[in-house]
Each structure stands twice: as structure tokens, then as C-alpha cells.
Design a protein around this ligand. Structure first.
Ligand SMILES: CC(C)(COP(=O)(O)OP(=O)(O)OC[C@H]1O[C@@H](n2cnc3c(N)ncnc32)[C@H](O)[C@@H]1OP(=O)(O)O)[C@@H](O)C(=O)NCCC(=O)NCCS
Length: 192
């Protein structure tokens, strides 16, 4: 398993991989050399690029890196304590942290982050490069566009559509659809 990105987010992924007893072959970061959790971190070199996860928390940077790395074989990291219905689809490059719950007929796109204890109910659709932060709650049939981040502890009501590259502030309560590219905070959510 190869990781690209060596910050706090990468530490959480390393801890999942260790729990799953998966060998961490390389950790790459443009700021290398240094060590992370005792693993050597080096500058990316082409070649050993199978089973890759882009372990960068920033959604835009993850997308940029995916474009730079091109067609390589991505994989996923899913914490064993996550509760995921058998009819959930999770695309490659995505990570699911401890205690997350993903309910029936939900689809999670590529290179996304379903963070610690996030709860995503039935029939949701999360597009690529999104981040559902710790303890956020998405009710049933919520759509989250590419690159959007749902902040820690935010609640999104049923049937809501969040546009692309939007940011929902920590603790917000979203009762109306959210357009592309805006930041929304508060209860009820208002555009900043
Ligand atoms: C919403 C957010 C992105 C705004 O950040 P920002 O653009 O730097 O905004 P500022 O801190 O300058 O705040 C702008 C205004 O919004 C308010 N605000 C910011 N975040 C807020 C929040 N979560 N809830 C309510 N109000 C908030 C500020 O009080 C300020 O109000 P004012 O203009 O009346 O003084 C950020 O505060 C946030 O909540 N990020 C999510 C963090 C998170 O969940 N991370 C998970 C990591 S795993």
C-alpha cells in the first residue's frame, strides 16, 4: 500500500492500515524527507504505484494530486468499526474512519473522506473528492457535490442537495439546498 501525503489525515489512514495488517510500502510527500509515525517519508518516484491512497485532507489538493498521478491503481481504507450496509457502493481512493455509519443504497464517490463517526443515511450520493467531517449527519437522500466538505457535527436534512465545492461550517443545520462554491454556517444554515 502506498500513501501520498504525510500529515495528520495520513496518520489516521496509517492507523487503519496497521489495524488491517496491510503493509505500508511507501509514504510520499513533496516536503520529504522526514518520518511519520516512524515510517520514512520520501519524495514521489514513479514506478511503485499500485494500491495507492491520496492521504491529503484538503479536497482541492486531493483532486490536483489525482490529476498529477494519472491512471494508477487506487484502493480504499475502511476502519473495521465502520458500519456499512451491504448495498452501499464506495469507489476507489476513499477512506472511511472509525465509527462511521453508511446506510443502504448510498453511493460514495472516489477519493472522498468519510470521517470519524460520520453518519450517512439511506439513498445518499456523495460525489468525488468530498469530505464528510467527524460526527456530521446526513439524513436520507442527501446529495453532496464534488469536492464539498460537510463540517464537523453539521446536520443535513433529508432530500437536500449540496452543490460542488461548497463548505458547510461545523455544527450547521442545513434545511435548504446549497448552491455550488458557497460557505454556509449556522442553524438554520445561511450563506456567508
Ligand atoms: C465555516 C468555516 C469554513 C468558516 O471559516 P472562515 O471562512 O475562515 O470564516 P471566519 O472564521 O472568518 O468566520 C466568518 C464568520 O462566520 C462565523 N462562523 C464561522 N464558522 C462558523 C460556524 N461553524 N458556525 C457558525 N458561525 C460560524 C464567524 O463567527 C464569523 O462571523 P462574523 O462575520 O459575524 O464575525 C469554518 O469556521 C468551519 O466551520 N469549518 C469546518 C471545520 C471542520 O469541520 N473541519 C473538520 C476537519 S476534520
Amino acid at each position: 500500500m502506498n500513501l501520498y501525503g504525510a500529515s495528520g489525515h495520513a496518520k489516521v489512514i496509517i492507523s487503519i492500515l496497521e489495524l488491517l495488517e496491510q503493509k505500508i510500502t511507501n509514504i510520499f510527500d513533496d516536503r520529504a524527507p522526514f518520518t511519520l509515525l516512524g515510517y520514512p517519508v520520501k519524495v514521489f518516484e514513479k514506478g511503485d504505484t499500485d494500491f495507492f491512497i491520496i492521504s491529503v485532507g484538503n479536497n482541492k489538493k486531493r483532486k490536483k494530486l489525482a490529476k498529477k498521478l494519472g491512471a494508477i491503481h487506487y484502493t480504499k481504507a475502511i476502519h473495521p468499526s465502520a458500519i456499512i450496509d451491504k448495498r452501499v457502493i464506495i469507489d476507489v481512493g476513499t477512506v472511511v474512519m472509525a465509527g462511521a455509519i453508511i446506510n443502504v443504497d448510498t453511493h460514495i464517490g472516489k477519493h472522498s473522506i468519510i470521517n470519524t463517526a460520520a453518519s450517512i443515511d439511506h439513498d445518499c450520493k456523495i460525489d468525488d473528492f468530498a469530505h464528510i467531517s467527524p460526527n456530521a449527519t446526513l439524513c436520507g437522500n442527501v446529495q453532496v457535490g464534488e469536492g464539498s466538505q460537510i463540517g464537523a457535527g453539521a446536520v443535513v436534512n433529508p432530500n437536500i442537495t449540496i452543490g460542488k465545492w461548497a463548505i458547510i461550517g461545523a455544527g450547521a443545520v442545513i434545511i435548504n439546498d446549497v448552491p455550488d462554491g458557497v460557505t454556509v454556517v449556522g442553524n438554520p444554515g445561511r450563506v456567508l
